[in-house]
Write a protein that binds this ligand. Sequence first.
Ligand code: AMP
Length: 192
Amino acid sequence: MTIKTLAVYCSSSDVLDQEYFDDAHAFGEAMASHQWQLVYGGGMVGLMGAVAKSIKGQGGRTIGVVPEALQIDGVVNTIDDELIITPDMHTRKAKMVELSDGYVALGGGFGTLEELLEVMTLKQLGYHEKPIVILNTRGYYNKLLDMFETIYAEQFAKQQYRVLYHVSDTVTDCISYLHNYQPPDLPDKWFV
Ligand code: AMP
């Protein structure tokens, strides 16, 4: 599977530990070196801004997808090659999903979690078979991954769905997974 465009879901916070920014920067550089175009929330804030800046710094291409209501000066990035304005958040998320050949979550809060879980749910239901990677900087997602284990243990999802997503501790592993990705054979979602 050839990747041309990646959606990166990540934090809008500017006050995170430096390690998150270092990974965001390294991830942006790696994307640019693979000539993978970025689709993201279009913010100049937080890790979003860091990834976009890093890609642009390496001559890469970025597309911001921003809902009308979030077109705020000082929040929306001005460095993007393309800015797509959508009427609302739902349309925006759908646009990001549609434009991208894969999805990566760096550290993030509620917005990032919503985006990550949506693409996982869509993959589980067979709407797409694109790669999904969780970059687990500082073990940030460990408790979420524990929750996923509870989901399997309690049979809210089949164990085989572990292949829906890949967890990377490093940017290098994340890039290598994306580079070598082959869609898995997934069982039906339904427990009977
Ligand atoms: P959060 O993790 O709650 O900081 O939300 C970040 C995620 O939600 C990003 O991946 C964006 O796609 C979206 N998002 C949140 N805030 C903004 C914003 N001000 N501008 C654009 N996208 C945003």
